[in-house]
Design a protein around this ligand. Structure first.
Ligand code: HXC
Length: 259
């Protein structure tokens, strides 16, 4: 993978994708969004990569959408820019493979929104979160008004968005925005450890579970239970189910094949 603003590394079945535009604190401009979109397609198709860690180079995860690019936009252009980002973030959210955000620094505006479309958020103790848009005379545009309230509840989402205040990693943990806070120097190691834990399970099952959770949260519980039941049934068409249950009964470790 050869991108101007992204770095991709693979460690076994773990793909580590970093946003690499440190001079602008990894701000998302049209080019970065386009590269992200292409990279996600490549990673989703790469059978060697089973799980993704998304992080940022330097002292930011992503400090937001690029303010310099947005400043002179008209309404039509701004909607188009938002649409691009919304589509890329939704693609990340709907990837079959799990995605862990390793939030290494500022995750503001579009950066906080990017972390929220990932499945799990690990934060370094140096990370800072916020939706500063109202301070710029705009509102979040990459689904911050939608995903933040789903993650932390409407009251906290409104407080963060109305005040544009930045919060530190401990506060983000306290309100349920991040899953865990770890020392900065251990962040990638911890993300890899978590990825390996997930990788030791049946990956088809993990993907089906992701699908059931994502689709279920967007609907009523009856429909959600029907989605779960169908995917539960689908598990029993896989070799991984036979292997997982067989290994338990034979008192050995399972050897999953993603089939
Ligand atoms: C463009 C940015 C940027 C951004 C930082 N930079 N954030 N450029 N867009 N979002 C640039 C700065 O201009 C500066 O460039 C360089 O990165 C380093 O930033 P500093 O401000 O000098 O660093 P520091 O003083 O440490 O402050 C860090 C910071 C601050 C607190 C993160 O940079 C900041 O407030 N950034 C903006 C955060 C923000 O408002 N994000 C939300 C954007 S709106 P130079 O060339 O001067 O060195 C958004 C909407 C999403 O995300 C939806 C769109 C549809």
């Amino acid at each position: 993978m050869n991108f101007e603003n992204l770095v991709f590394k693979q460690e076994g079945n773990i793909g580590i994708l970093s946003i690499n535009r440190p001079k602008a604190l990894n701000a998302l401009n049209t080019q970065v969004l386009k590269e992200l979109d292409e990279a996600i397609d490549i990673i989703e198709k790469n059978d060697e990569v089973h799980i993704v860690v998304l992080t940022g180079e330097g002292r930011a995860f992503v400090a937001g959408a690029d303010i310099a690019e947005m400043k002179s936009m008209g309404s039509k252009e701004a909607r188009e820019f938002a649409k691009n980002g919304l589509e890329v973030f939704r693609k990340i959210e709907l990837m079959e493979k799990p995605v862990i955000a390793a939030v290494n620094g500022f995750a503001l505006g579009g950066g906080c929104e990017l972390s929220m479309c990932c499945d799990i958020r690990l934060a370094s103790d140096k990370a800072k979160f916020g939706q500063p848009e109202t301070g710029l005379g705009i509102i979040p545009g990459f689904a911050g008004t939608q995903r933040l309230s789903r993650l932390v509840g409407m009251g906290r989402a409104k407080e963060l968005i109305f005040t544009a205040d930045m919060i530190d990693a401990d506060e983000a943990y306290r309100i349920g925005l991040v899953n865990k806070v770890v020392p900065q120097d251990d962040l990638i190691e911890e993300a890899i450890k978590l990825a390996k834990n997930i990788l030791s399970k049946g990956q088809l099952a993990v993907r089906f579970a992701k699908n059931a959770i994502n689709r279920g949260i967007e609907t009523d519980i009856e429909t959600g239970m029907a989605i779960e039941r169908d995917l539960f049934g689908l598990c029993f068409t896989t070799e991984d189910q036979k292997e997982g249950m067989g290994a338990f009964l034979e008192k050995r470790k399972p050897n999953y094949k993603l089939r």
